[in-house]
Design a protein around this ligand. Structure first.
Ligand code: F6R
Length: 235
């Protein structure tokens, strides 16, 4: 694509088509900077489709960060997706990163996705280290929603959302690669030079837990949208 905004328009059209065909569609949401053009494009076109029966599942959440914190993924999803799109907040799920329920939060989340009938379209970004969701290098392709430790690289990358890197939580709860792979359509977006290495590894590299995005190669229906810079290391 020429730009992130063009990708946003394309994916918004696809999402509208999915919801038109299936009014109770289940969307998989990513956080971070990458999917914002999709959410903006959808918000601008929200009158084209009835979103009242749509449900959604976020990929991940920080562990131990209060949900009221402006950078908790619950807050981010509310601000960037639920409010601008006018989704029913009761149908929008984010893994629960509270310490007091963390033992069963992964299994609970898996059960909720299952009960909703699975994800129809999953939006994905990719980390500079090749992570999808917060499945850092070394994550099993069969993994399900569970607690992971964030790599130093990811904490550094995400420090821009916090006052300092020390404020970036060390742990997260994330859908596993196995969970993500069950979505019926995966849409990976990546923009900018910083993503070029991860994109090349995900699309053309060997299948390896060292580059979790390579799990996409096993999926029957995976779409990758990149700008020129993010595509620059593809052969
Ligand atoms: C966040 C997530 C992560 C991000 C990745 C890229 O929910 O799933 O995999 O997509 O860290 O982040 P950005 O888009 O900020 O470059």
């Amino acid at each position: 694509v020429d730009s992130a905004d063009q990708a946003g328009e394309l994916i918004a059209s696809e999402i509208i088509a999915v919801i038109t065909a299936k009014p109770d569609a289940v969307l998989g949401l990513a956080t971070g900077s990458t999917p914002l053009p999709v959410y903006r494009a959808l918000a601008a076109r929200r009158d084209e489709v009835d979103l009242s029966r749509v449900s959604a599942f976020a990929l991940d959440e920080y562990v131990g960060l209060p949900v009221s914190h402006p950078e908790s993924y619950r807050s981010v999803i509310t601000r960037d997706v639920v409010e601008p799109l006018g989704l029913d907040p009761r149908r929008v799920h984010v893994p629960n990163g509270s310490l007091d329920t963390i033992q069963h939060a992964g299994a609970d989340y898996e059960a909720a996705i299952e009960a909703a009938g699975g994800v129809d379209l999953q939006i994905l970004g990719i980390g500079t280290d090749g992570h999808i969701g917060f499945n850092e290098p070394g994550s099993s392709f069969a993994s399900r929603t569970r607690v992971k430790t964030l790599t130093m690289q990811t904490r550094r990358d995400n420090a821009r959302f916090f006052d300092s890197i020390d404020d970036v939580p060390m742990h997260c709860i994330t859908q596993g690669l196995g969970t993500i792979s069950r979505a019926r359509h995966l849409v990976l977006l990546a923009f900018g030079e910083g993503k070029a290495h991860a994109v090349a590894g995900a699309v053309e590299g060997p299948l390896t837990a060292s580059l979790p995005g390579s799990a996409l190669q096993l999926h029957e229906r995976a779409t990758v949208l990149v700008d020129e810079a993010a595509a620059s290391q593809l052969q």
